[in-house]
Design a protein around this ligand. Structure first.
Ligand SMILES: *Cc1c(COP(=O)(O)O)cnc(C)c1O
Length: 224
């Protein structure tokens, strides 16, 4: 079986230069993160605030930590001092809390708006209407310590690749519309976070700039 380092090198060899790999290390031990780092991987994705904070404290400080899961407002304070990108903003209240904690830490925190693109009910995310209301609100316009740098979504968990492709195309259309309507000429608005272990090849074909890959690198997760 290939090592973590070999899997990282293999995936990086398959993806175009403009696509960045987020190695999703949630639930995985720090030794595995160190193995991935030895292969040159520096971006890691986590979905629990306290787990990410603990790993941040214990591991080298040159890691770029991306938060990819549902984030409760009361947990933002644990990650605000160091998080590089929050992929999963799904409401104005959460964004206000991120802005507040970023200000406290004298930082500007980059965020992606997460969209609900899958047919399943369980996946978090905004509708297009909710996102437009958020972006048009006075509350949003007053936030100085957050920067919206793109969008994120998760496709349906299905073997039907045509459905997955349609959902990624839908997310790309949302990205382009929001760029045109709110971020024209803003070079920081450029990220399309889509694609996981099972579907990142399709996501790249549909314009992904950030793929979030866990099990294809680290093996199956052990939820205890
Ligand atoms: C767990 C997770 C991933 C990685 O999933 P794999 O199928 O293991 O690659 C990607 N994105 C999000 C939001 C996740 O929660």
């Amino acid at each position: 079986m290939a090592s973590i380092a070999e899997k990282i090198i293999s995936i990086k060899g398959q993806i175009p230069e403009q696509v960045r790999l987020v190695a999703v290390s949630k639930t995985q031990p720090m030794t595995m993160i160190e193995e991935a780092m030895a292969a040159g991987q520096l971006i890691f994705g986590e979905n629990k605030a306290l787990e990410m904070r603990d790993k941040y404290e214990a591991l080298p400080k040159n890691i770029h930590w991306h938060f990819i899961g549902h984030l409760q407002s009361n947990k933002v304070k644990y990650i605000a001092p160091f998080v590089k990108l929050i992929h999963s903003v799904d409401g104005l209240n959460l964004l206000e809390e991120i802005n507040k904690q970023a200000l406290k830490n004298d930082r500007i925190i980059s965020c992606l708006l997460q969209f609900h693109i899958a047919s399943e009910e369980t996946k978090f995310g905004l509708s297009v209407e909710e996102a437009y209301a958020l972006l048009r609100s006075d509350e949003f316009k007053q936030m100085k310590n957050i920067k919206i740098t793109g969008v994120m979504g998760m496709a349906s968990n299905t073997f039907d690749t045509s459905i997955i492709r349609q959902e990624f195309q839908y997310l790309r259309t949302i990205f382009q519309n929001i760029q045109y309507d709110f971020f024209l000429g803003d070079i920081f608005f450029r990220e399309l976070s889509m694609g996981m272990s099972g579907d990142y090849q399709i996501a790249i074909q549909e314009g992904s700039t950030l793929i979030r890959v866990g099990s294809s690198i680290f093996g199956v997760r052990n939820y205890s």
